[in-house]
Design a protein around this ligand. Structure first.
Ligand code: URA
Ligand code: SF4
Length: 210
């Protein structure tokens, strides 16, 4: 059999992986076309023994440039909500379903594009390995992409946000909105309300972890 030019992500995962060896292996992943568009792989970060894992969709513009998850505007909002919920971000592992930024040019700006099912599936081995290694007690899916990838294709965040969902991934699994959706709120009042609901969802997880 001729060697395939592009090994899938699972083939790149070292035999006895650690977070640092998997992160290293993901650096030159080419398992889907998104590596061509993004600046770099943005792998998850946080405590190796974090009790809480937060899973977003994909790195944004700022994350793509910095190489770290949730460091841009959505990350700042997330930091504030975590603090208000009494959760130390340093004690959390933060990652994304897809590890490269998918974007389209609009003028000089790079506009976020939703990853498709093929890209999500291609990237999945990285996330599965992160979950296996960190073994969080709680996983919080931030937004529909993460919730549908981890909980189920039919899952509706609007209907079931803030509810604990039975899952083999972790003892506690819950989905809430994506912090970017709060940034897109039409006015200040809505934004404040949405921020409060988001923080409440995180408080619920914090309480269950105590
Ligand atoms: N949005 C995400 O889903 N993840 C990030 O890392 C940043 C923004
Ligand atoms: Fe690999 Fe994921 Fe990047 Fe696609 S998005 S190239 S699967 S790391």
């Amino acid at each position: 059999m001729p060697k395939r030019p592009r090994p899938d992500a699972a083939e790149r995962i070292p035999d006895r992986p650690t977070l640092s060896t998997v992160r290293e292996a993901a650096r030159d992943c080419q398992a889907c076309d998104l590596y061509k568009r993004g600046t770099q792989t943005v792998f998850g970060e946080g405590g190796r023994k974090a009790e809480l894992m937060l899973v977003g969709e994909q790195p944004g513009d700022a994350e793509d440039l910095a190489g770290h998850p949730f460091v841009g505007p959505a990350g700042k909002l997330l930091d504030r909500a975590l603090e208000d919920a009494g959760i130390d971000r340093a004690a959390v592992y933060v990652t994304n379903v897809v590890k490269h930024f998918k974007w389209e040019p609009r003028g000089k700006r790079r506009i976020h594009k939703k990853p498709n099912a093929g890209e999500i599936a291609a990237c999945r081995p990285w996330l599965d390995t992160e979950i296996q290694l960190v073994k969080p007690r709680a996983i919080v899916c931030l937004g529909a992409t993460a919730a549908q990838a981890l909980i189920g294709r039919q899952f509706k965040v609007t209907a079931h946000r803030g509810e604990f969902i039975a899952s083999s991934l972790a003892p506690l699994v819950l989905a809430t909105v994506h912090p970017s959706s709060i940034l897109r709120a039409p006015d200040d009042d809505t934004r404040r309300q949405e921020m409060e609901r988001f923080t409440d969802d995180l408080r619920k997880v914090a309480k269950a972890l105590r």
